[in-house]
Design a binder for this molecule. Structure first.
Ligand code: AGP
Length: 607
């Protein structure tokens, strides 16, 4: 949730830290702070508000010669948004930043109170600083080892100790930390994006291993004192991929990235027109030995799973259930060695999704994950991984990560059906060709961008609306509705079109617009009837069709928006782009911060 960075080297640490925090700001943005060695002592500057507020404070502070420090952007969990609750936190000899939640902080606080030690903030993080300080008798590594045994919960810490200038000590449990040593020095962060300026080679700090960063090297030791060799990874993202590239918002850039991101995800997995996961080391037995599939994920990723269910059941004829990951493990799912659990995650760090994988493994089920971030925890803990190649997604609202997740489900469904003889070679090749055509057709939608601004203008006064659809369109309705709520703050509900009249239609008035997705021809006439039902109750309707329907007139909708005509099964790609645009323009027209919507964080690493 929070963004973390630590740097020690030959550059101005305040610049490195504030730049890194800007790159990490999408992870949390209610307050920010840095701490750095100024000669032998540690100085902290922190504030509520955006990283820009912190930058202004740092500039006014006239810092010179700082080359080692830590920085943090916060997404509040324990304790409200205030300067005092912002990180870094200092207690005694210890100054630290933290990503995660200390679950036993109350007990620890009571223990420390017996020694007369009281925190000044309301955070669990300050308690962690107090515990580490309590364990400190001169050796930072020993103190962290002892504190690690006392702390429960999830944490990624970067710690500086009074008397140890130029050094940063780090440990994690659950929360991500990646690090690199480059020419400029050593850098550690919660996310690869903040390392890209220094190196594309990095490693994931193993859990319960203590990293010591100096300007010359990073050393790792486990809790028994054995040295640990990091497993190096390489990322092919470049710095430009993590920049806005001339677009006003990351979200808009990421909408435009989609045709390339999709092709980058699909092309390496298509040989002679057929889908293959050979290079991903996913054997066909994963499909041939499974008699049921469970899919779980959160938010947008779960919506990709709904489309996945539809495709796999239709093509491979294997039963699939989809559940939100925050409910999954509490619903006592039935799993055995013939079950395949498919999880989906852009960040690869979502706590509930990770917990589902761990539970599936306890039951002997196989786990396959669809993940965007290389080396992330979900990727490392799954039996099999299919990486999406979306590049960094910075806007909190997921766009390109969603459509690449969809594309992987198309490949899975096709490969599954092919190896289980549900589709023959020719049918499979036609399916893949249709997939590629649907992706190419997205460029036509992107070229019509400003049309969507015009359509969105009709929602300027809306405070509540409905998205409706049937079949695949119902899955896409959920994504369109989430996107709209997330960034434009318009209340929206996604509904199966045929279900409205069983109660909810009472909410339809002339103030409640309806966005109707009608790209599926097998239910098209039924959709038109459902649209007439809401229209008769005063709703203003925006209709999305698969190819233009010239017979549609004002008696049915105020606007008809069409995707370039594709085989129905491939309509989700075009529809996804349109619903993303509608949400985007609604938010822009309301003057909102599209990339950083209120109360949200990009990566949800707490349950
Ligand atoms: C989408 O716009 C969201 N910001 C959110 O629903 C997101 O998809 C969800 O939190 C899952 O994240 P993940 O893909 O990183 O696991």
């Amino acid at each position: 949730m929070c963004g973390i960075i630590g740097f020690t080297g030959t550059l101005d640490a305040t610049n490195v830290l504030t730049k890194g925090l800007s790159q990490l700001e999408y992870r949390g943005y209610d307050s920010a702070g840095i701490a750095f060695f100024e000669n032998e002592s540690i100085r902290t500057i922190k504030t509520t508000g955006k990283v820009q507020c912190l930058k202004e404070k740092v500039e006014a502070a006239n810092v010179t010669g700082a080359t080692c420090g830590i920085g943090h952007t916060r997404w509040a969990t324990h304790g409200g948004v205030s300067d005092i609750n912002s990180h870094p936190h200092t207690f005694g000899n210890v100054t630290l930043i933290h990503n995660g939640i200390i679950e036993n902080y109350k007990e620890l606080q009571e223990e420390l109170a017996l020694q007369g030690k009281t925190p000044v903030s309301q955070t669990d993080t300050e308690i962690a600083a107090m515990v580490i300080d309590d364990c400190f008798t001169g050796d930072p590594i020993e103190a962290i080892k002892k504190a690690d045994a006392r702390l429960e919960g999830q944490y990624g810490f970067c710690v500086m100790f009074k008397g140890h200038p130029g050094k940063i000590f780090c440990i994690r449990n659950g929360s991500p930390l990646v690090a690199t040593h480059a020419e400029a020095g050593s850098v550690i962060a919660s996310d690869m994006v903040a390392l890209l300026d220094y190196s594309k080679d990095y490693f994931v700090l193993p859990e319960h291993v203590i990293a010591t960063l100096t300007k010359d090297e990073i050393t790792l030791v486990d809790l028994e004192g054995n040295s640990v060799e990091p497993e190096m990874l390489h990322v092919d993202w470049d710095v430009d991929a993590a920049m806005k590239g001339g677009y006003e918002y990351f979200m808009l850039k990421e909408i435009h990235d989609q045709p390339d991101a999709l092709m980058n995800t699909i092309r390496p997995r298509v040989k002679n027109g057929l889908p293959t996961f050979e290079a991903d080391n996913v054997p066909d037995e994963v499909f041939t030995h499974c008699n049921r599939i469970l899919i779980t994920a959160c938010g947008t990723a779960m919506h990709a799973g709904l489309v996945g269910k539809n495709l796999i059941e239709r093509l491979a004829k294997v039963p699939v259930t989809v559940d939100v990951a925050s409910e999954f493990r509490y619903n006592e799912p039935i799993m055995d060695e013939n079950t395949l659990l498919i999880t989906i995650s852009q960040s690869g760090e979502t706590a509930d999704t990770l917990a589902a994988i761990r539970l599936a493994k306890e039951h002997g089920a196989k786990t396959l994950s669809i993940v965007n971030v290389k080396g992330s925890t979900i990727a490392r803990e799954s039996d099999y991984v299919l990486y999406t190649h979306a590049g960094p997604e910075i806007a909190v609202a997921s766009t390109k990560a969603y459509t690449v997740q969809l594309s992987v489900f198309y490949l899975i469904a096709a490969r599954f059906a092919f190896v289980t003889n549900k589709l023959n070679e020719e049918e499979t090749k036609t399916f893949i060709a249709n997939l590629e055509n649907a992706i190419e057709s997205l460029n036509e939608i992107l070229e019509k961008e400003m049309d969507f601004d015009e359509v969105s203008a009709s929602l300027d006064n809306a405070t509540s609306l409905f998205y409706i659809g049937r079949g695949l369109d119902e899955c896409l309705s959920r994504e369109g509705s989430l996107k709209l709520k997330e960034i434009s703050y318009i209340h929206s509900e996604a509904y199966a079109a045929g279900e409205l009249k069983h109660g909810t239609i009472s909410l339809i008035t002339d103030d409640v617009p309806v966005i109707a997705l009608a790209t599926q021809h097998n239910v098209y006439s039924k959709m038109i009837s459902n649209i007439r039902e809401v229209k008769a109750r005063g709703a203003k309707v925006i209709l999305i069709t698969n190819g233009e329907d010239e017979s549609i007139d004002e008696s049915i909708c105020s606007f008809q928006v069409s995707i370039p005509k594709v085989d129905d099964m491939f309509a989700p790609f075009g529809t996804a782009v349109i619903v993303q645009y509608l949400a985007y323009f609604c938010a822009v027209r309301r003057g909102l911060n599209v990339d950083q919507p209120r109360n949200l964080a990009k990566s949800v690493t707490v349950e």
